[in-house]
Write a protein that binds this ligand. Sequence first.
Ligand code: ZN
Length: 564
Amino acid sequence: MKFNEFKYERLDFDKSTKEFSNLLDKLEKSTDSKEFKKIFKELNVFRAHLTTMVSLAQVRHTIDTSDKFYDEENDYWNDKLPLYASYENKLSKIALKCDFKDELYDYIPETYFKLAECSEKSFDEKIIPLLQEENRLTTEYGKLKASAKIEFEGEILNLSQIAAKALDDNREKRKKAYDAKIDFYSKNEAEFDRIFDELVKVRDKMAKSLGFKNYIELGYLRMNRLDYDQDMVANYRKQIVNDIVPTVTKLREKQANRLGLKSLKYYDIPYKFATGNPKPKGSANDLVNAAVEMYHDMSPETSEFIDLMYNSELWDLKSKPNKEMGGYCTTFPDYKAPFIFSNFNGTSGDVDVLTHEAGHAFQAYQSRNIETIDCQGPTLESCEIHSMSMEFFAYKYMNKFFKEDTQKYYYLHLAGTLEFLPYGVLVDHFQHVIYENPNMSIDDRKKAYHDLESIYLPNNDYGDNQLLNKGCWWYQQGHIFQVPFYYIDYTLAQVCALQFWVRMINDDKTYWNDYLHLCKLGGTKSFLQLVQEANLISPFEDGCLKTVKDKANEYFNSVDDTKL
Ligand code: ZN
């Protein structure tokens, strides 16, 4: 069956909520585990169908926003989903109260209960007005950024367009474009400060009204951190400073040398090669064909997966009029099928869709038979292990995509993964400082960021840029405003993916089976349990980064990057 043949039908609201509620009543009254599981199974079927219909409406709406029918359906679900959420909430409450939980774990993963506990602890009706206020503020942040109209050389540009100009071969022009971008933040400094200040205060209030010392504890619960705490995270950040920061410093020196500069300024950092970034060769269809060949060769499982994606047309890859921006991966549980949405634009990002997003989709496909849909996919830090590892597994085939640019792609990709780690944990550290001291003055917040930059990014040189020198770079980082404490997740996953890379190049014969096992487990286990199941070292463990760092340095030392 092809994606276009997947049947969409709006659920009758009164009928379906009545059914939901009846099932919940029966579940609550069940007296033994056999009965409980039977009704829970019926609930799983019901919820899978609901999810499938919502996903179908959303996907078809994003593919063609001018389609009136799906536009209306999308609005309908935006309106109704919060109402279904209250039934979901009741479901997890019943599950938590159940006296014979231990007897249920063979059907309902234990993780389901742990997640239910997190949402139970992090919510109370009395914080609803604060949650609404938080929503209003995060929307305001998004709108402020979207409002950017930057005048540059006779054009009016938005933030992503000006970022592209800042990659110019001409250094003066790079600086001018970068400064024009930062100038937008400068002009709106007071607004960014106000929005952030209000967000910090509202989150602190939320935490205190739920009985927490500060927002950090609540933030961890809202991010579903099931098995690690602030101290472990702090130790992990320390390891990044010791093991990765020196490597990144060396990479930056090499970059300066490559570009013929004495040292890099802030506007040089995104500009990696004087000869330009590696570009995929061939049309969108060529890239898709190369991906099909790659997954056929990689393993029997990826082969079956890519045939399903291709034959059932479970993706919409190319940019076209009326299509929404961006990219994502989602699933249709009724059809046990994932779906990839993207906007190919001729950059190496197109290949990332076929490796990274396909990694997410591959995992979703491997865990399609887990009936408790809440546990098909894991918590966010674990999710990215599947996708980031797939980027590394695809190395062997990159010549199909990049041809003469292949070596440059390797260098850029590996250097990029390492360079990201210190920045990622800096963002995390900053948020800990902020929420530990919610009454810190606005100027002190900036100073705190600036001080942390000198630990994690010691070679950053902001030249004469006043706003950046003041410690305001983070205005650009949406996660800090919109999803607090969600950022370190990418770095934790990257450290795991890098371990798979090391195992792959060391010709370890077990890495693929471990990866497959990890994908099949979906979200039935917590992060550290998953890491252990995949025979990876926990990123929190001392010494975890050493092998990764040594192997990476071995590679960087073996390449003459000036020839790339
Ligand atoms: Zn991802």
